[in-house]
Design a protein around this ligand. Structure first.
Ligand code: FAD
Length: 397
C-alpha cells in the first residue's frame, strides 16, 4: 500500500521502518526543513526498548546514549538534599534503559530503514479527502497525491488529527504545567552523567552535561506562575522563562544569562491527548498525535515505537484489510496506554510539588531509592510494562 505518514519523529520513523520491511511504500512528510538531531533528553526503556531490539537498533542507541549515573536534587546553594543512583533502575530493567536526545533516536531509526525511504521535508498536509479507492492528500506546497492510507504521527499538536477529527481542544487534557528545554554551550559547572535538579514549590530547573561541551537545560513550572498568554516566538519564550525562574534560586541567574545567546527553545503545555477512537476511515493516528501521555510518563517514545510496531504488524497480518488492522491495533493498545496516562497524571505532584511540605515529603521519599532492597521493590512495581509484544513474523531482516 502507498501510505502517507505525517511526521518524521519517533512514531513516524519507526512505522516507516516496519512498513518498508513488509513491502509497503511509506512516504514520510515532515514539517521541519531538514532531519533534526539533538533536542531534549529522553529516557528510553520498557516495551519500546524491546521494539528497538527487534529493529536491531539497541547497539547503535547504546553508542549514542548517555549512561546517566545519578539524579541529584540540590538546594538553593547547590548542596545535595536528596536523589538516587540510576544503577538500580538499569539493573531492574536488565540494562535496557538509555538516555539520549529525542532527535538522535528519530534519526537513528530513519537511517535504519532499508532500501531508502522517501522523506519530504519542509512540507505539511493541508487537506485529506477520502474516496472509494483511497485518499487524496493536498499539501501546503505542490500538487495533491493519492495514497491508500494516511497516518498522523505528527505529535501533540497533530495537523492530521485536526483535519480528520476536529480541533485539538476537544482532545487535549492539560495537566497544569508548562515545560521548557534548550541547549547552551560552555556552561559551568558540568557534573558529567549527573542529572542535577533544583525544585521550589511549583517549579523545577535542571541541567545535564552533553557531549561537545553543551549542556541541556530543562525547566517545568505550574501554570499559575505564568503572567499572560502562551508565548509566541523566541523572544517571548525567553521573557516568560526570565519571569518564571528569576527568583528560582540555585543557578537560575546563571542559566537565564546563558539562555540569552540561545536561538532555539522548546516550550509547550504539558498535556495529554485523549480520544475515543484513533482512526477514521483510512486515517489513523499514532504516538503523541493519538494518545500523548506527556513527559510525566517518561515513556512516550517507547509507546510511540510500540504503536508503530503494532500498527505495521496488524496491517501485515490483516493482508490489506486496513479496517480490521486499525480495529485490532486499538484493541491491543488502548487499555495499556490509558494506564500510562493515568499514572502520569498521578505522578505530576511528585515531579513538581506545589507546597514546601509536599516538596520536603518528596525529597524524603526519594532518599529511599538509595536503599537497594526498597529501590528494587519500587522499581519492580512501577517500571515493568504489562504488555506482551506480539510476534508478527516481520522481525527478521
Ligand atoms: C521535555 C520533554 C521530555 C520528555 N521526556 C521523555 C522521556 O524521558 N522518555 C520518553 O519516553 N518520552 C519523553 N517525552 C515524550 C516524548 O518526547 C514523546 O512522547 C515522543 O517524542 C512522541 O513521539 P511522536 O513521534 O509521536 O512525536 P514527536 O517525536 O513529537 O514527532 C512528531 C514529528 O512530527 C513533525 N510534525 C509536526 N507537525 C507536522 C506537520 N504538520 N506536518 C509534518 N510533520 C509535522 C514534527 O516536526 C516531529 O518531527 C518527553 C517530552 C518532552 C516534551
Amino acid at each position: 500500500m502507498r501510505i502517507a505518514i505525517s511526521g518524521a519523529g519517533i512514531a513516524g520513523s519507526a512505522l516507516a521502518f516496519w512498513l518498508s520491511r513488509c513491502g509497503h511504500q511509506p512516504t514520510l512528510i515532515e514539517k521541519a526543513p531538514r532531519p533534526r538531531t539533538g533536542g531534549y533528553l529522553i529516557d528510553f526503556w520498557g516495551v519500546g526498548y524491546e521494539v528497538a531490539e527487534r529493529m536491531g537498533l539497541a547497539p547503535a542507541l547504546r553508542d549514542i546514549g548517555y549512561p546517566v549515573q545519578e539524579v541529584r536534587l540540590v538546594d538553593d546553594q547547590g548542596r545535595r538534599v536528596s536523589g538516587f543512583p540510576v544503577a538500580p533502575f538499569r539493573r531492574a530493567l536488565h540494562g535496557r534503559f538509555i538516555s539520549l536526545p529525542r532527535g538522535d533516536l528519530a534519526a537513528t531509526i530513519s537511517r535504519a530503514v532499508e532500501g531508502g525511504l522517501e522523506t519530504i521535508y519542509d512540507q505539511s498536509i493541508a487537506a485529506i479527502e477520502e474516496h472509494d479507492r483511497g485518499v487524496r492528500v493536498a499539501f501546503t506546497r505542490g500538487a495533491p497525491w493519492e495514497f491508500d492510507l494516511v497516518i498522523g504521527a505528527d505529535g501533540l499538536h497533530s495537523t492530521v488529527r485536526g483535519l480528520a477529527f476536529g480541533p485539538e481542544r476537544q482532545f487535549e487534557h492539560a495537566l497544569g504545567y508548562h515545560v521548557a528545554a534548550f541547549e547552551v554551550a560552555g556552561y559551568r559547572p558540568r557534573d558529567e552523567l549527573v542529572y542535577v535538579s533544583h525544585t521550589r514549590p511549583g517549579l523545577q530547573l535542571a541541567r545535564f552535561a552533553l557531549r561537545d561541551d553543551r549542556t541541556l537545560v530543562f525547566g517545568i513550572f505550574a501554570d499559575h506562575r505564568m503572567n499572560g498568554p502562551e508565548p509566541r516566538g523566541l523572544d517571548e519564550r525567553k521573557a516568560l522563562l526570565r519571569h518564571v525562574f528569576h527568583d528560582a534560586g540555585w543557578e537560575a541567574p546563571r542559566i537565564l544569562q546563558a539562555m540569552d545567546g540561545v536561538d532555539e527553545i522548546y516550550l509547550d503545555r504539558v498535556s495529554q491527548i485523549r480520544m475515543d477512537h484513533w482512526s477514521r476511515g483510512r486515517v489513523m493516528l499514532i504516538g503523541d498525535a493519538a494518545a500523548c501521555v506527556s513527559l510525566l510518563a517518561g515513556e512516550g517514545t517507547g509507546l510511540a515505537m510500540t504503536e508503530a510496531y503494532v500498527l505495521a504488524g496488524e496491517l501485515h497480518r490483516a493482508r490489506g484489510d486496513y479496517r480490521e488492522a486499525f480495529r485490532r491495533h486499538e484493541e491491543r493498545l488502548r487499555a495499556f496506554v490509558a494506564g500510562k496516562q493515568a499514572a502520569a497524571e498521578r505522578f505530576a505532584p511528585t515531579f513538581v510539588p506545589r507546597t514546601p511540605f509536599a516538596l520536603w515529603r518528596r525529597n524524603q521519599a526519594l532518599k529511599l531509592l538509595a536503599l537497594p532492597p526498597l529501590a528494587n521493590f519500587l522499581i519492580g512495581r512501577s517500571f515493568q510494562d504489562d504488555f506482551a509484544l506480539p510476534d508478527y513474523g516481520m522481525e527478521a531482516g
